[in-house]
Design a protein around this ligand. Structure first.
Ligand code: GLU
Length: 307
């Protein structure tokens, strides 16, 4: 398959759409990002990679980081983790409080904010402070991407800390139900730093290969998850990776994927490759508008999806 020409064709088709959508200005440090950027990269399981547009541009991965922290927590706590966070789609916005109250502080899944905050708490319980938990997440990202240059962005984390009123509410509510072991402030500090990690589409497509190959990175041959655990994370990305637009993403793209409000989306084609796309204009559900379209075109042009 000629991936370069497919990526070029996608780039051409989405260019007139750039600028549609709205950048995540509820995080002030992200409000001034240029909405016209577009980059897309794929890395195949054999290590070959292709890119188009701004595919070497670093951006804030935000909620894509939830896949990394969940991977670490699943390795550490195994099935016990599902006592604190479920695995059902929420059908609610990423930062919704309503369901959490009804469901006694147990988040629907690890990819909505409440779920990721619980996951973060479970990682702090091991290391006993937020900095060590963030360092564990970073070390994991370095290992899966074979790239030690990837880092957090302190000013983005700081900006969210100052304006993350909704996330603070979620954390306090869960603490009141006994579903956080550490202090709210400690957990939120770790969570916001985890979300502030910056990567390029190319680095992201490389990093996700362990999920395209049953939990083992096909390039380094290091095992990060059992095949069963990798299957479950992919299933969760398919059903819960795009908040209350997860059904629409599965319908249009047909792949497990995870989005972030920084404008990134990563999708996995098991056995073959990982694909990352970046375009910061978001749709009403907080997912990259052009990024979703680009992935839809990719699976249509290539005929590659899990269905
Ligand atoms: N840090 C963001 C928040 O907590 C992550 C949301 C996202 O990327 O969807 O609001």
């Amino acid at each position: 398959m000629n991936y370069s020409s497919i990526l070029n064709k996608i780039h051409q088709q989405v260019t007139p759409m750039l600028g549609q959508g709205k950048v995540a200005d509820y995080i002030p440090a992200l409000a001034n990002v240029d909405p016209n950027q577009f980059g897309m990269a794929i890395t195949l399981n054999n290590g070959d990679f292709y890119g188009v547009g701004d595919y070497k541009q670093t951006f804030s991965i935000q909620s894509i980081s939830k896949v990394f922290s969940f991977t670490l927590a699943l390795r550490e706590h195994k099935k016990k983790l599902y006592r604190r966070v479920w695995r059902e789609p929420s059908g609610d916005p990423f930062n919704s409080l309503v369901q959490l109250e009804h469901e006694a502080g147990i988040p629907r899944n690890p990819f909505i904010n409440a779920g990721a905050i619980v996951v973060c708490d479970s990682l702090i319980s091991k290391s006993n402070n937020n900095e060590a938990a963030v360092n564990d997440i970073l070390a994991f990202i370095h290992a899966i991407s074979s790239d030690a240059s990837i880092d957090t962005n302190k000013s983005v984390a700081e900006s969210e800390m100052q304006h993350g009123f909704r996330n603070a509410s979620l954390a306090h509510l869960m603490k009141s139900f006994g579903n956080l072991n550490n202090e709210v402030e400690e957990v939120l500090t770790a969570y916001f730093h985890q979300c502030s990690v910056e990567m390029t589409p190319l680095q992201l497509s490389r990093a996700f290969l362990y999920l395209a190959n049953n939990g083992t990175d096909p390039i380094s041959n290091k095992q990060f998850l059992t095949p069963g655990q990798a299957k479950r994370i992919n299933a969760l990305m398919l059903t819960c990776g795009h908040y209350d637009a997860s059904g629409d993403f599965a319908f249009r793209v047909g792949l497990p994927g995870k989005s972030g409000v920084g404008g990134g989306i990563v999708a996995v084609i098991p056995g073959k490759m990982a694909i990352a796309v970046y375009s910061p204009g978001l749709n009403e559900f907080g997912n990259s508008l052009v990024g979703t379209k680009a992935l839809e075109l990719f699976t249509s042009f290539t005929g590659l999806s899990i269905f």
